[in-house]
Design a protein. Sequence first.
Length: 430
Amino acid sequence: TMGTIVNVDGTNSSAGYDPLDPNGMVGPNYYVQAVNSNYQVFNKNGTPATAAIDLATLFPGSLDDGDPVVMYDKFADRWIITEFLCPGGGNCTKLLFAVSTTNDPTGTYYLYTFEPDASDYADYPKYSIWSDGYYETCNCDFQKVTVYDRAKMLNGDTTAGFIVIPSLASPNSGFFCPQTLYADGQLPPYGSPQYLFYYTDDNWGAGFQDLIHIYKITTNWTNKTGTLAVYDSLAPQPFNSYFTGGTMNDISQPGTTRKLDALDGFFSYRIPYFRWNSYNIALMCYPVNTGSSSVVAGIRWYELHQDTTTNKWSIYQQGTYSPADGVSRWNPAIAMDINGNIGLAYSVSSPTTIYPGTRFTGRNSCDTLGVMTLTETTAIAGASAWTGDNRWGDYSHTSVDPSDGITFWHTNQYIGANHALNTRIFSFQI
């Protein structure tokens, strides 16, 4: 069994945004969390180190347009906070980056504004840390991978730019956000190729198979070009990630006919990447529909290994976490500690008894493959239903403390008393 170490309410939207898009990361001395419209720095005992800070204060002249993402770049000991900007209230084409000038997230930041495509909405941006840049993908009309100049951004160099690499179109014309590897253990040697991942599902219709698709990305800062090419595909055990056909009316909750978005069709943020002696690891997860006559969401998860001699990826282990209790589990985020143990945290809800809250589980590296073996623990139970609309979370985030390598930190949203939309931050060890 596991218990929480820190378990506190996080920041909330000062402007009443919904969904909150809660995400955050842990660093050596602080936890930084962001939601739509503001961010807050917490000490690692859970007490606030700052008040909630409006993102328009961090980014003067911005409009609090949303989708903030927090990264701690442990290889540079710096913090990055991002959000998008919708000039003139139109397409959200610009991306704002704040890079801390020191390792103190309560201090000053270098500020950058980038516009990879002046005609495209940079919806749902997802970032990863790599040796030659900060990589970004999004749910864009014109799919692309954008690589930002990490080296210059860390130094406050105003000439920092980006490389846009055209990517593939959405395979099913729905919500689509492929993701790249996020270096969590060691930073790969400079020049190591990055990889792009997405999945397809035979339940999507004719022409689709259950596959994990892998593309290889090469980036060249000398001539500011990059390439993306089909690399491989892996056939997992059969799964069903089809919910209600894009209606977003998926997850049942007690006392209301309102249903919540399952956030289906794409890998959940992040895909942590680790380097071991003879292989590299990528972890990924996403919601699947495990119900027969009604929707019951479970969590499909994978540990991929890449042979460092052949560079070939394979599925080392895979599983679906869905105890047979009628409770939906979705909006997951997965991570691994330095001992190879896996932590998985997620949202929960059920039709009659469980209001939207947050739980977690995990496994030891020596456990039977494909099974989350540790007893599920409730971090925060929901106290009422969400009735405002069908949106849910959009983000959750699990990271590992760089100070000890073994403490998992997670943030998510839950529903408090009287239909209050709240966030939670908690930590645990395996």
